[in-house]
Design a protein around this ligand. Structure first.
Ligand SMILES: Nc1ncnc2c1ncn2[C@@H]1O[C@H](COP(=O)(O)OP(=O)(O)O)[C@@H](O)[C@H]1O
Ligand SMILES: [Mg+2]
Length: 251
């Protein structure tokens, strides 16, 4: 049987901050066109992993290959095929959502009919069509996050990376964001996102990696994880894994 195609290959990846080992010899693959979730408590190393994957931060040892390109040696090339949704992006509050998208589309080199078509597509994905002409300063936090996602999708990235995209957003925006993740996968991209919410990971992810203290405790489909640990749900697994450390987790 042929193995699944990989878009991301994490190889013996270590990141240290002084004496603290934030990522400890991670070694795993992310498959093409899957929703891959990195689930773990605060301080587990999720954002550090995302920072290395998006080439914002250099590893101490090891490497990540994105479509065969090294984050340490070929960062500029990698940036073209990834979309990254940070917690905050430069949005102009006085401009409408639409004008913000036009601005970013210009930066990505989109023009004319192509620009219009693409902007309409991304607005639809995040369900902001109706509010596109309103100023961003009138948006809720969740709507701003959705606009961030729309911006990150303009150049049709093959790999979309989001760090805790649903933290601090209202219920409706959370639903729209999770629906958008599915939609983006179904349209043929790979989505990697982090969360400390078990329920959204369980229902949405094709595969999940559980990370704690810089190490991957387990990786697989929800069914595989439940089977491996002989548990009925993810919460039971996580409570078992993190019991000893008394880590405060998972609201
Ligand atoms: N720039 C930094 N300098 C020093 N320590 C850091 C830095 N960034 C993260 N850390 C530490 O690395 C560990 C992992 O942090 P982080 O990746 O932000 O975790 P998570 O996103 O899972 O909450 C934590 O102990 C954190 O304090
Ligand atoms: Mg984080």
């Amino acid at each position: 049987m042929m193995g699944k195609a990989c878009i991301v290959e994490v190889r013996d990846l270590t990141k240290k901050f002084g004496r603290l080992t934030a990522l400890d010899k991670l070694d795993f693959d992310i498959f093409d066109k899957e929703i891959f979730g990195l689930l773990g408590p605060n301080g587990a190393g999720k954002s550090t992993f995302i920072a290395v994957l998006t080439t914002l931060c250099k590893p101490t040892a090891g490497d990540i290959l994105v479509k065969g390109l090294s984050v340490t040696r070929q960062a500029a090339k990698i940036k073209k095929s990834i979309g990254f949704v940070p917690q905050d992006i430069a949005l102009y509050p006085m401009l409408s959502g639409l004008d913000n998208l036009k601005f970013w589309a210009g930066i990505y080199g989109l023009t004319g009919g192509e620009r219009k078509k693409r902007i309409n597509e991304v607005l639809e994905i995040v369900r902001l069509e109706d509010r596109a002409k309103d100023r961003v300063e009138t948006y809720s936090g969740g709507m701003k996050r959705r606009l961030n996602i729309a911006v990150s999708l303009l150049h049709q990235p093959e790999l979309l990376i989001m760090d805790e995209p649903t933290v601090g957003v209202d219920i409706q925006s959370r639903k729209y964001i999770l629906d958008a993740v599915k939609d983006i996968r179904d349209k043929g991209s790979t989505v990697v996102f982090t969360s400390h919410y078990i329920d959204e990971m369980e229902s949405l992810c094709d595969r999940i990696a559980i990370i704690n203290k810089g190490k991957i405790s387990s990786i697989g489909t929800v069914e595989e994880l439940l089977h491996n640990y002989d548990k009925n749900n993810l919460e039971e697994i996580l409570l078992g894994l993190f019991d000893e450390g008394k880590t405060e987790i998972f609201h």
